[in-house]
Design a protein around this ligand. Structure first.
Ligand code: SF4
Ligand code: SF4
Length: 501
Protein backbone atom coordinates (compact mmCIF):
# COMPACT_ATOMS: atom_id res chain seq x y z
CA UNK A 1 0.00 0.00 0.00
CA UNK A 2 1.36 3.44 -0.90
CA UNK A 3 1.68 6.25 1.64
CA UNK A 4 -1.14 8.11 -0.09
CA UNK A 5 -3.44 5.07 0.05
CA UNK A 6 -2.60 4.52 3.71
CA UNK A 7 -3.31 8.16 4.57
CA UNK A 8 -6.63 8.05 2.69
CA UNK A 9 -7.60 4.87 4.57
CA UNK A 10 -6.78 6.48 7.90
CA UNK A 11 -8.74 9.61 6.97
CA UNK A 12 -11.74 7.46 5.96
CA UNK A 13 -11.58 5.57 9.26
CA UNK A 14 -11.41 8.84 11.18
CA UNK A 15 -14.42 10.25 9.36
CA UNK A 16 -16.45 7.11 10.00
CA UNK A 17 -15.65 7.39 13.72
CA UNK A 18 -13.74 4.11 13.80
CA UNK A 19 -10.43 4.41 15.60
CA UNK A 20 -7.46 3.72 13.35
CA UNK A 21 -5.32 0.75 14.44
CA UNK A 22 -2.23 1.46 16.53
CA UNK A 23 -0.07 -0.62 14.20
CA UNK A 24 0.36 -0.02 10.49
CA UNK A 25 2.64 -1.99 8.20
CA UNK A 26 5.40 0.08 6.66
CA UNK A 27 4.52 1.61 3.31
CA UNK A 28 7.66 1.40 1.18
CA UNK A 29 8.82 4.81 0.04
CA UNK A 30 10.40 5.46 -3.35
CA UNK A 31 11.83 8.99 -3.09
CA UNK A 32 12.29 10.75 -6.39
CA UNK A 33 15.42 12.70 -7.31
CA UNK A 34 15.13 16.46 -7.06
CA UNK A 35 17.23 19.46 -8.04
CA UNK A 36 17.40 22.79 -6.33
CA UNK A 37 18.96 24.96 -3.66
CA UNK A 38 18.32 22.71 -0.67
CA UNK A 39 19.40 19.60 -2.57
CA UNK A 40 22.68 21.38 -3.37
CA UNK A 41 23.16 22.36 0.27
CA UNK A 42 22.53 18.76 1.34
CA UNK A 43 25.05 17.42 -1.20
CA UNK A 44 27.65 19.91 0.03
CA UNK A 45 27.07 18.92 3.67
CA UNK A 46 27.18 15.23 2.75
CA UNK A 47 30.56 15.63 0.99
CA UNK A 48 32.07 17.70 3.81
CA UNK A 49 30.82 15.56 6.72
CA UNK A 50 31.64 12.20 5.12
CA UNK A 51 35.00 13.58 3.91
CA UNK A 52 35.84 14.57 7.48
CA UNK A 53 34.68 11.24 8.88
CA UNK A 54 36.56 9.04 6.40
CA UNK A 55 39.82 11.00 6.15
CA UNK A 56 40.31 12.69 9.53
CA UNK A 57 42.20 9.70 11.04
CA UNK A 58 44.89 10.11 8.36
CA UNK A 59 45.70 13.72 9.29
CA UNK A 60 49.02 13.90 11.16
CA UNK A 61 49.94 16.20 14.06
CA UNK A 62 53.47 16.46 15.42
CA UNK A 63 53.50 16.23 19.23
CA UNK A 64 57.17 15.41 19.59
CA UNK A 65 59.05 12.12 19.91
CA UNK A 66 57.34 9.10 21.55
CA UNK A 67 53.99 10.82 21.19
CA UNK A 68 51.23 9.71 18.77
CA UNK A 69 51.27 11.71 15.55
CA UNK A 70 47.58 11.27 14.72
CA UNK A 71 45.60 14.52 14.91
CA UNK A 72 42.45 12.89 16.34
CA UNK A 73 42.99 9.75 18.38
CA UNK A 74 41.23 7.93 21.21
CA UNK A 75 44.15 6.09 22.80
CA UNK A 76 42.36 3.59 25.04
CA UNK A 77 45.56 1.72 25.97
CA UNK A 78 47.12 4.87 27.47
CA UNK A 79 43.79 6.39 28.42
CA UNK A 80 44.20 9.61 26.42
CA UNK A 81 42.11 11.54 23.92
CA UNK A 82 44.02 13.63 21.39
CA UNK A 83 42.41 16.37 19.31
CA UNK A 84 45.05 18.31 17.39
CA UNK A 85 46.87 20.40 20.07
CA UNK A 86 44.53 19.29 22.87
CA UNK A 87 45.27 16.23 24.98
CA UNK A 88 42.64 15.06 27.43
CA UNK A 89 43.63 12.84 30.38
CA UNK A 90 41.13 10.55 32.14
CA UNK A 91 40.85 12.94 35.12
CA UNK A 92 39.90 15.70 32.67
CA UNK A 93 36.83 13.91 31.38
CA UNK A 94 34.79 16.95 32.38
CA UNK A 95 35.88 18.50 29.06
CA UNK A 96 33.91 15.79 27.26
CA UNK A 97 30.96 16.56 29.54
CA UNK A 98 31.35 20.24 28.59
CA UNK A 99 31.36 19.34 24.90
CA UNK A 100 28.18 17.30 25.34
CA UNK A 101 26.51 20.24 27.11
CA UNK A 102 27.53 22.57 24.25
CA UNK A 103 26.23 20.03 21.71
CA UNK A 104 22.87 19.85 23.53
CA UNK A 105 22.47 23.64 23.62
CA UNK A 106 23.57 23.87 19.97
CA UNK A 107 20.78 21.43 19.12
CA UNK A 108 18.28 23.54 21.10
CA UNK A 109 19.53 26.69 19.33
CA UNK A 110 19.18 25.12 15.87
CA UNK A 111 15.67 24.04 16.82
CA UNK A 112 14.70 27.52 18.03
CA UNK A 113 16.05 29.13 14.84
CA UNK A 114 14.93 26.73 12.11
CA UNK A 115 13.35 23.54 13.45
CA UNK A 116 14.99 20.22 12.71
CA UNK A 117 18.12 21.55 11.00
CA UNK A 118 20.08 18.74 12.61
CA UNK A 119 17.68 16.05 11.37
CA UNK A 120 17.37 17.39 7.85
CA UNK A 121 21.00 18.15 7.08
CA UNK A 122 23.50 16.90 9.65
CA UNK A 123 22.30 13.75 11.40
CA UNK A 124 24.41 10.70 10.42
CA UNK A 125 21.21 8.74 9.73
CA UNK A 126 20.13 11.40 7.20
CA UNK A 127 23.58 11.71 5.61
CA UNK A 128 24.17 7.97 5.15
CA UNK A 129 20.59 7.35 4.03
CA UNK A 130 21.03 10.07 1.41
CA UNK A 131 24.20 8.36 0.19
CA UNK A 132 22.50 4.95 0.07
CA UNK A 133 19.55 6.43 -1.85
CA UNK A 134 21.95 7.97 -4.35
CA UNK A 135 23.52 4.55 -4.95
CA UNK A 136 20.04 3.05 -5.29
CA UNK A 137 19.04 5.65 -7.90
CA UNK A 138 22.27 5.16 -9.87
CA UNK A 139 21.78 1.42 -10.06
CA UNK A 140 18.01 0.84 -10.13
CA UNK A 141 16.80 4.12 -11.60
CA UNK A 142 14.56 6.88 -10.29
CA UNK A 143 11.26 6.54 -8.42
CA UNK A 144 9.09 5.46 -11.35
CA UNK A 145 11.53 2.77 -12.53
CA UNK A 146 12.02 1.40 -9.03
CA UNK A 147 8.27 1.23 -8.44
CA UNK A 148 7.79 -0.62 -11.73
CA UNK A 149 10.58 -3.06 -10.94
CA UNK A 150 9.10 -3.71 -7.49
CA UNK A 151 5.91 -4.94 -9.16
CA UNK A 152 7.71 -7.12 -11.71
CA UNK A 153 8.80 -10.69 -11.08
CA UNK A 154 12.51 -11.31 -10.59
CA UNK A 155 14.52 -11.28 -13.80
CA UNK A 156 18.26 -11.74 -14.29
CA UNK A 157 18.64 -7.99 -14.88
CA UNK A 158 16.70 -7.04 -11.75
CA UNK A 159 18.61 -9.61 -9.72
CA UNK A 160 21.95 -8.27 -11.00
CA UNK A 161 20.93 -4.72 -10.10
CA UNK A 162 19.86 -5.78 -6.61
CA UNK A 163 23.10 -7.66 -6.14
CA UNK A 164 25.14 -4.65 -7.24
CA UNK A 165 23.13 -2.30 -5.03
CA UNK A 166 23.46 -4.40 -1.89
CA UNK A 167 27.17 -5.07 -2.59
CA UNK A 168 27.80 -1.32 -2.94
CA UNK A 169 25.83 -0.61 0.23
CA UNK A 170 27.83 -3.27 2.08
CA UNK A 171 31.07 -1.82 0.74
CA UNK A 172 30.14 1.68 1.99
CA UNK A 173 29.02 0.21 5.32
CA UNK A 174 32.27 -1.75 5.65
CA UNK A 175 34.27 1.40 4.80
CA UNK A 176 32.28 3.26 7.47
CA UNK A 177 33.07 0.63 10.10
CA UNK A 178 36.70 0.57 8.99
CA UNK A 179 36.98 4.36 9.36
CA UNK A 180 35.51 4.16 12.85
CA UNK A 181 38.22 1.87 14.26
CA UNK A 182 40.94 4.12 12.75
CA UNK A 183 40.10 6.70 15.41
CA UNK A 184 41.32 4.25 18.08
CA UNK A 185 44.80 3.43 16.74
CA UNK A 186 47.44 4.85 14.43
CA UNK A 187 45.47 4.83 11.15
CA UNK A 188 48.17 3.93 8.57
CA UNK A 189 49.54 1.16 10.84
CA UNK A 190 46.09 -0.25 11.54
CA UNK A 191 45.16 -0.21 7.85
CA UNK A 192 48.24 -2.34 7.07
CA UNK A 193 47.43 -4.68 9.97
CA UNK A 194 43.83 -5.07 8.83
CA UNK A 195 44.83 -5.71 5.22
CA UNK A 196 47.36 -8.36 6.24
CA UNK A 197 44.95 -9.90 8.79
CA UNK A 198 47.24 -8.99 11.68
CA UNK A 199 44.79 -6.60 13.35
CA UNK A 200 43.40 -7.11 16.86
CA UNK A 201 40.22 -9.26 16.89
CA UNK A 202 38.36 -6.39 18.59
CA UNK A 203 39.01 -4.20 15.51
CA UNK A 204 37.40 -6.80 13.22
CA UNK A 205 34.46 -7.18 15.62
CA UNK A 206 33.81 -3.41 15.65
CA UNK A 207 34.10 -3.21 11.87
CA UNK A 208 31.55 -6.02 11.59
CA UNK A 209 29.16 -4.29 14.05
CA UNK A 210 29.43 -0.91 12.28
CA UNK A 211 29.09 -2.54 8.86
CA UNK A 212 25.89 -4.25 9.90
CA UNK A 213 24.34 -1.20 11.63
CA UNK A 214 25.18 1.16 8.74
CA UNK A 215 23.85 -1.27 6.12
CA UNK A 216 20.71 -2.03 8.13
CA UNK A 217 19.86 1.50 9.29
CA UNK A 218 20.70 3.44 6.09
CA UNK A 219 19.75 0.73 3.60
CA UNK A 220 16.66 -0.83 5.14
CA UNK A 221 15.34 1.12 8.13
CA UNK A 222 15.77 4.63 6.67
CA UNK A 223 12.87 6.93 7.68
CA UNK A 224 11.70 4.44 10.33
CA UNK A 225 14.71 5.40 12.46
CA UNK A 226 13.55 9.03 12.42
CA UNK A 227 9.87 8.23 12.86
CA UNK A 228 9.92 5.45 15.46
CA UNK A 229 13.37 5.01 16.99
CA UNK A 230 14.79 8.49 17.53
CA UNK A 231 13.56 10.45 20.58
CA UNK A 232 14.58 13.85 19.20
CA UNK A 233 11.37 14.53 17.17
CA UNK A 234 9.33 14.25 20.38
CA UNK A 235 11.74 16.43 22.36
CA UNK A 236 11.97 18.90 19.49
CA UNK A 237 8.18 19.16 19.28
CA UNK A 238 8.09 20.09 22.98
CA UNK A 239 10.82 22.72 22.58
CA UNK A 240 9.63 24.57 19.49
CA UNK A 241 7.66 27.81 19.50
CA UNK A 242 5.59 29.85 17.05
CA UNK A 243 8.62 31.88 15.93
CA UNK A 244 10.78 28.92 14.84
CA UNK A 245 11.21 28.64 11.09
CA UNK A 246 9.91 25.35 9.70
CA UNK A 247 9.36 23.92 6.25
CA UNK A 248 5.78 25.04 5.72
CA UNK A 249 3.12 24.74 3.05
CA UNK A 250 1.54 28.17 2.66
CA UNK A 251 -2.18 27.27 2.79
CA UNK A 252 -3.27 30.82 2.13
CA UNK A 253 -1.51 30.69 -1.26
CA UNK A 254 -2.01 27.06 -2.11
CA UNK A 255 -5.72 26.53 -1.36
CA UNK A 256 -8.11 25.74 -2.87
CA UNK A 257 -5.80 23.34 -4.67
CA UNK A 258 -6.65 21.77 -7.99
CA UNK A 259 -5.25 20.83 -11.38
CA UNK A 260 -3.51 23.44 -13.51
CA UNK A 261 -6.41 23.47 -15.97
CA UNK A 262 -9.00 23.86 -13.25
CA UNK A 263 -7.02 26.67 -11.64
CA UNK A 264 -6.67 28.56 -14.90
CA UNK A 265 -10.37 28.13 -15.64
CA UNK A 266 -11.30 29.49 -12.21
CA UNK A 267 -8.94 32.43 -12.56
CA UNK A 268 -10.26 33.27 -16.02
CA UNK A 269 -13.74 33.68 -14.53
CA UNK A 270 -12.40 35.80 -11.68
CA UNK A 271 -12.81 33.07 -9.08
CA UNK A 272 -10.23 32.21 -6.45
CA UNK A 273 -7.83 29.36 -7.19
CA UNK A 274 -4.87 28.27 -5.12
CA UNK A 275 -1.37 27.90 -6.52
CA UNK A 276 -1.09 24.22 -5.57
CA UNK A 277 -1.77 22.16 -8.69
CA UNK A 278 -1.98 18.95 -6.61
CA UNK A 279 0.85 17.34 -8.56
CA UNK A 280 2.23 15.44 -5.55
CA UNK A 281 5.83 16.26 -6.50
CA UNK A 282 6.48 17.46 -2.94
CA UNK A 283 5.32 14.06 -1.62
CA UNK A 284 7.23 12.04 -4.22
CA UNK A 285 10.61 13.60 -3.35
CA UNK A 286 10.06 13.33 0.40
CA UNK A 287 12.43 10.79 1.99
CA UNK A 288 9.89 10.09 4.74
CA UNK A 289 6.80 10.00 2.54
CA UNK A 290 5.19 13.02 4.21
CA UNK A 291 2.63 15.30 2.58
CA UNK A 292 3.75 18.66 3.91
CA UNK A 293 0.40 20.14 2.87
CA UNK A 294 -1.12 18.36 5.89
CA UNK A 295 0.85 20.69 8.18
CA UNK A 296 3.78 20.16 10.55
CA UNK A 297 4.28 16.47 11.25
CA UNK A 298 6.59 14.48 13.46
CA UNK A 299 7.70 12.39 10.45
CA UNK A 300 9.00 15.46 8.60
CA UNK A 301 12.75 15.78 9.07
CA UNK A 302 12.70 19.30 7.58
CA UNK A 303 15.12 18.50 4.80
CA UNK A 304 13.73 21.14 2.45
CA UNK A 305 13.55 18.83 -0.57
CA UNK A 306 9.83 19.48 -1.01
CA UNK A 307 10.68 23.19 -1.31
CA UNK A 308 12.96 22.41 -4.27
CA UNK A 309 10.33 20.16 -5.85
CA UNK A 310 7.52 22.69 -5.51
CA UNK A 311 9.70 25.61 -6.66
CA UNK A 312 10.50 23.64 -9.82
CA UNK A 313 6.78 23.04 -10.40
CA UNK A 314 5.92 26.69 -9.76
CA UNK A 315 8.57 27.85 -12.25
CA UNK A 316 7.21 25.41 -14.81
CA UNK A 317 3.61 26.65 -14.45
CA UNK A 318 4.63 30.30 -14.26
CA UNK A 319 3.61 30.96 -10.66
CA UNK A 320 5.81 32.56 -7.97
CA UNK A 321 8.09 30.15 -6.11
CA UNK A 322 7.88 29.74 -2.33
CA UNK A 323 4.53 27.94 -2.05
CA UNK A 324 6.45 25.66 0.29
CA UNK A 325 9.22 27.41 2.21
CA UNK A 326 10.73 28.12 5.61
CA UNK A 327 8.10 30.03 7.56
CA UNK A 328 6.88 30.44 11.12
CA UNK A 329 3.68 29.13 12.69
CA UNK A 330 2.99 32.71 13.75
CA UNK A 331 2.85 33.81 10.09
CA UNK A 332 0.73 30.83 9.07
CA UNK A 333 -1.86 31.83 11.69
CA UNK A 334 -1.65 35.53 10.80
CA UNK A 335 -2.24 34.89 7.11
CA UNK A 336 -5.20 32.62 7.89
CA UNK A 337 -6.68 35.62 9.74
CA UNK A 338 -5.97 37.86 6.74
CA UNK A 339 -3.05 39.62 8.42
CA UNK A 340 0.32 40.37 6.82
CA UNK A 341 3.36 38.16 7.52
CA UNK A 342 5.95 39.37 9.98
CA UNK A 343 9.71 39.17 9.35
CA UNK A 344 11.42 36.18 10.96
CA UNK A 345 12.63 36.87 14.50
CA UNK A 346 15.86 34.96 14.89
CA UNK A 347 16.95 37.01 17.91
CA UNK A 348 14.57 36.37 20.78
CA UNK A 349 14.79 35.35 24.43
CA UNK A 350 15.38 31.62 23.92
CA UNK A 351 17.91 31.97 21.08
CA UNK A 352 19.80 34.56 23.15
CA UNK A 353 19.72 32.29 26.20
CA UNK A 354 21.05 29.28 24.26
CA UNK A 355 23.77 31.41 22.65
CA UNK A 356 24.84 32.82 26.02
CA UNK A 357 24.97 29.30 27.50
CA UNK A 358 27.02 27.96 24.56
CA UNK A 359 29.44 30.89 24.69
CA UNK A 360 29.61 30.71 28.50
CA UNK A 361 30.37 26.97 28.70
CA UNK A 362 32.71 27.19 25.69
CA UNK A 363 34.64 30.15 27.16
CA UNK A 364 34.96 28.45 30.53
CA UNK A 365 36.27 25.28 28.89
CA UNK A 366 38.71 27.26 26.75
CA UNK A 367 39.96 29.22 29.77
CA UNK A 368 40.52 26.08 31.87
CA UNK A 369 42.16 24.40 28.87
CA UNK A 370 44.58 27.25 28.27
CA UNK A 371 45.43 27.72 31.94
CA UNK A 372 45.50 24.10 33.05
CA UNK A 373 48.62 22.88 34.81
CA UNK A 374 50.95 20.50 33.03
CA UNK A 375 51.71 18.72 36.28
CA UNK A 376 49.49 16.97 38.76
CA UNK A 377 49.77 15.23 42.12
CA UNK A 378 47.48 13.01 44.15
CA UNK A 379 48.13 11.36 47.50
CA UNK A 380 46.89 8.28 49.34
CA UNK A 381 47.74 7.68 53.03
CA UNK A 382 48.67 4.12 54.09
CA UNK A 383 45.57 2.50 55.55
CA UNK A 384 47.31 0.16 57.93
CA UNK A 385 49.23 1.08 59.97
CA UNK A 386 48.34 4.77 60.09
CA UNK A 387 51.70 5.50 61.77
CA UNK A 388 54.83 3.65 62.88
CA UNK A 389 56.83 4.46 66.02
CA UNK A 390 60.50 4.05 65.22
CA UNK A 391 63.12 2.70 67.67
CA UNK A 392 64.41 6.26 68.32
CA UNK A 393 60.88 7.45 69.21
CA UNK A 394 60.23 9.31 65.97
CA UNK A 395 56.90 8.81 64.18
CA UNK A 396 56.64 7.84 60.53
CA UNK A 397 53.63 7.93 58.15
CA UNK A 398 53.61 6.28 54.72
CA UNK A 399 51.94 7.66 51.56
CA UNK A 400 51.55 6.71 47.93
CA UNK A 401 52.04 9.73 45.69
CA UNK A 402 51.05 9.80 42.03
CA UNK A 403 52.80 12.43 39.94
CA UNK A 404 51.54 13.41 36.48
CA UNK A 405 53.66 15.02 33.80
CA UNK A 406 51.47 16.30 30.93
CA UNK A 407 54.33 18.09 29.18
CA UNK A 408 56.04 16.87 26.02
CA UNK A 409 59.40 16.63 27.85
CA UNK A 410 60.77 14.53 30.68
CA UNK A 411 60.93 16.56 33.91
CA UNK A 412 62.48 16.47 37.40
CA UNK A 413 59.87 17.46 39.97
CA UNK A 414 60.62 18.43 43.59
CA UNK A 415 58.32 17.09 46.29
CA UNK A 416 58.13 18.75 49.71
CA UNK A 417 55.87 18.32 52.72
CA UNK A 418 54.26 21.40 54.30
CA UNK A 419 52.35 22.00 57.54
CA UNK A 420 54.64 19.97 59.76
CA UNK A 421 57.78 21.91 60.71
CA UNK A 422 60.71 19.60 61.24
CA UNK A 423 59.16 16.78 59.24
CA UNK A 424 61.46 14.94 56.87
CA UNK A 425 60.39 13.52 53.54
CA UNK A 426 62.03 10.49 51.90
CA UNK A 427 61.33 8.17 49.03
CA UNK A 428 64.17 5.65 48.89
CA UNK A 429 66.07 5.37 46.62
CA UNK A 430 65.12 8.74 45.09
CA UNK A 431 67.60 11.60 45.72
CA UNK A 432 67.00 14.88 47.57
CA UNK A 433 67.77 18.44 46.46
CA UNK A 434 69.71 20.87 48.68
CA UNK A 435 66.47 21.81 50.50
CA UNK A 436 65.61 18.22 51.41
CA UNK A 437 62.91 17.84 48.75
CA UNK A 438 62.57 14.50 46.99
CA UNK A 439 63.46 14.63 43.28
CA UNK A 440 61.07 12.63 41.10
CA UNK A 441 61.74 12.18 37.42
CA UNK A 442 58.66 11.60 35.25
CA UNK A 443 58.92 10.83 31.54
CA UNK A 444 57.14 12.63 28.73
CA UNK A 445 53.37 12.52 29.07
CA UNK A 446 53.52 9.92 31.83
CA UNK A 447 52.59 9.34 35.43
CA UNK A 448 54.83 7.97 38.19
CA UNK A 449 53.78 6.41 41.45
CA UNK A 450 56.21 6.66 44.38
CA UNK A 451 56.06 5.58 47.99
CA UNK A 452 56.87 8.47 50.32
CA UNK A 453 57.73 8.39 54.03
CA UNK A 454 57.28 11.43 56.27
CA UNK A 455 59.06 11.27 59.61
CA UNK A 456 58.94 13.64 62.61
CA UNK A 457 61.48 13.42 65.46
CA UNK A 458 60.46 12.16 68.91
CA UNK A 459 60.14 15.53 70.67
CA UNK A 460 58.10 17.05 67.85
CA UNK A 461 55.88 13.96 67.68
CA UNK A 462 55.23 14.26 71.44
CA UNK A 463 54.39 17.95 71.04
CA UNK A 464 51.94 17.17 68.27
CA UNK A 465 50.31 14.41 70.33
CA UNK A 466 49.95 16.72 73.38
CA UNK A 467 48.47 19.43 71.20
CA UNK A 468 45.92 17.05 69.75
CA UNK A 469 44.99 15.68 73.18
CA UNK A 470 44.49 19.21 74.43
CA UNK A 471 42.27 20.12 71.51
CA UNK A 472 40.27 16.90 71.89
CA UNK A 473 40.52 16.22 68.18
CA UNK A 474 41.69 13.26 66.12
CA UNK A 475 45.36 12.55 66.58
CA UNK A 476 46.27 13.93 63.19
CA UNK A 477 47.36 17.19 61.67
CA UNK A 478 46.73 18.57 58.20
CA UNK A 479 49.68 18.44 55.83
CA UNK A 480 50.24 19.26 52.17
CA UNK A 481 52.48 17.74 49.56
CA UNK A 482 53.82 20.44 47.26
CA UNK A 483 55.07 19.29 43.87
CA UNK A 484 57.04 21.90 41.96
CA UNK A 485 58.86 22.17 38.66
CA UNK A 486 62.02 24.27 39.19
CA UNK A 487 62.29 24.97 35.45
CA UNK A 488 58.84 26.48 34.93
CA UNK A 489 58.36 27.52 38.61
CA UNK A 490 54.89 25.98 38.48
CA UNK A 491 53.56 23.87 41.32
CA UNK A 492 50.55 21.91 42.53
CA UNK A 493 49.63 20.63 45.98
CA UNK A 494 47.62 17.77 47.49
CA UNK A 495 46.33 17.61 51.07
CA UNK A 496 46.36 14.73 53.56
CA UNK A 497 46.94 14.06 57.28
CA UNK A 498 49.85 13.07 59.48
CA UNK A 499 48.80 10.66 62.23
CA UNK A 500 50.39 10.53 65.69
CA UNK A 501 49.94 7.95 68.52
S1 SF4 B 1 7.95 17.05 4.07
FE1 SF4 B 1 9.53 18.18 2.95
S2 SF4 B 1 10.94 18.89 4.54
FE2 SF4 B 1 9.66 17.31 5.46
S3 SF4 B 1 10.85 15.45 5.23
FE3 SF4 B 1 9.49 15.57 3.46
S4 SF4 B 1 10.68 16.61 1.89
FE4 SF4 B 1 11.75 16.94 3.81
S1 SF4 C 1 4.72 20.28 -5.33
FE1 SF4 C 1 3.71 22.22 -4.90
S2 SF4 C 1 2.11 22.29 -6.43
FE2 SF4 C 1 2.73 20.19 -6.37
S3 SF4 C 1 1.37 19.25 -4.87
FE3 SF4 C 1 3.20 19.90 -3.74
S4 SF4 C 1 2.61 21.92 -2.97
FE4 SF4 C 1 1.18 21.44 -4.62
Amino acid sequence: MSVKQQQSKEAALEESGVESPLYAARAKIYPQSVHGRFRQIKWAILIVTLGIYYFLPFIRWDRGPDEPSQAVLVDLAHRRFYFFFIEIWPQEFYYITGLLIIAAFALFLMNAVAGRLWCGYLCPQTVWTDLFMLVERWIEGDRRERMLKAQQSLTVEIFAEKLLKHSTWLFIAWWTGGAWVLYFADAPTLVMQLITFHGEPVAYIWIAILTFTTYFLAGHMREQVCTYMCPWPRIQAALTDEWALNVTYRYDRGEPRGSLKKGEALRSTGETAGDCIDCYQCVHVCPTGVDIRDGLQIDCIQCGLCIDACDTVMERVGRPTGLIGYDTEMNVQRRLQGLASLPARIIRARTLLYTVLIVGVGSFMLYTLLTRSELGVSVLHDRNPLFVRMSDGSIRNGFTIRVTNKAATSRDFHLAVQGIDGGQIDSPPLPHDENGRVIINVGTDQTAEVRVLVTVPKDLAQHLADHDDHAGQDKSIDIKFRLSDPDTRSYVAASDHFFTP
